[in-house]
Design a protein around this ligand. Structure first.
Ligand code: VGL
Ligand code: ZN
Length: 220
């Protein structure tokens, strides 16, 4: 039986011999695109690329940054502090952000136009007031998991492909954790964008990920 090009790509992308490949959509939420509370420059531009990639994977999951309104990563919850300031929270360095991705508010929704039909499960993170969680797997203190690692193991996943926002935070920390958990880890760079709070943060993040063993790919 002859397969068309899309089917061949799908087969290639979803079967790696030893296990399943998962596409992880990280924090593709309204507050992280232009017009949102913590806009990632060009963040909306990844949506068509991500929608196309979803069709090539047998398993797709997504994360949502999902803060309570009193979350301690918000500058507004620290009198006299401003977004971009860094404080120490329970022994961990914490950059303070504008109020963003508050649970059950429009800013926490997926970006309009993102294909949601293929998402098997959504993992919500940074729900605990006291601690932030950039990674899709663990909070920033590696105290609690989100359940993603167990879910991926239960589905026989061996390879993780990350896309989303932001390259220099959620994507980076998710990729570093994925490597440490033993997954073959890939970041599809043109399906990600960085915040670049400091100029060059995205390039630094990419270099750090490469050094840790993350494969940096391009969607084409
Ligand atoms: C993120 C900053 C604050 C992210 C989340 O998902 O990259 N960045 N909260
Ligand atoms: Zn956040």
């Amino acid at each position: 039986m002859a397969l068309n090009t899309m089917e061949q790509l799908t087969v290639k992308a979803s079967k790696s011999g030893d296990g399943i490949k998962v596409l992880v959509l990280t924090d593709i939420q309204r507050d992280f695109v232009p017009g949102g509370a913590l806009p990632v420059p060009e963040g909306h531009q990844i949506v068509p690329t991500v929608n196309g990639l979803e069709q090539l994977f047998e398993l797709v999951v997504a994360t949502q940054d999902w803060h309570p309104p009193d979350h301690l990563s918000f500058a507004a919850n620290h009198p006299g502090k401003r977004p971009g300031d860094v404080i120490t929270l329970d022994g961990i360095q914490q950059t303070l952000w504008p109020v963003h991705c508050v649970q059950d508010t429009p800013g926490a929704d997926f970006v309009p136009g993102l294909k949601l039909e293929r998402i098997a499960r959504v993992f919500r993170k940074a729900t605990d007031r006291e601690i932030d969680s950039y990674s899709a797997f663990y909070d920033n203190g590696h105290r609690k998991g989100t359940g993603l690692a167990e879910f991926l193991r239960s589905r026989n996943v061996t390879s993780v492909y990350l896309v989303g926002l932001a390259t220099d935070y959620c994507v980076k920390y998710s990729a570093l954790d994925a490597v440490a958990l033993g997954f073959k880890t890939h970041v599809i760079q043109d399906a990600c964008r960085g915040i670049n709070l400091h100029p060059g943060d995205t390039e630094k993040a990419v270099a750090e990920m490469k050094l840790a063993g993350v494969a940096i790919l391009h969607s084409r």
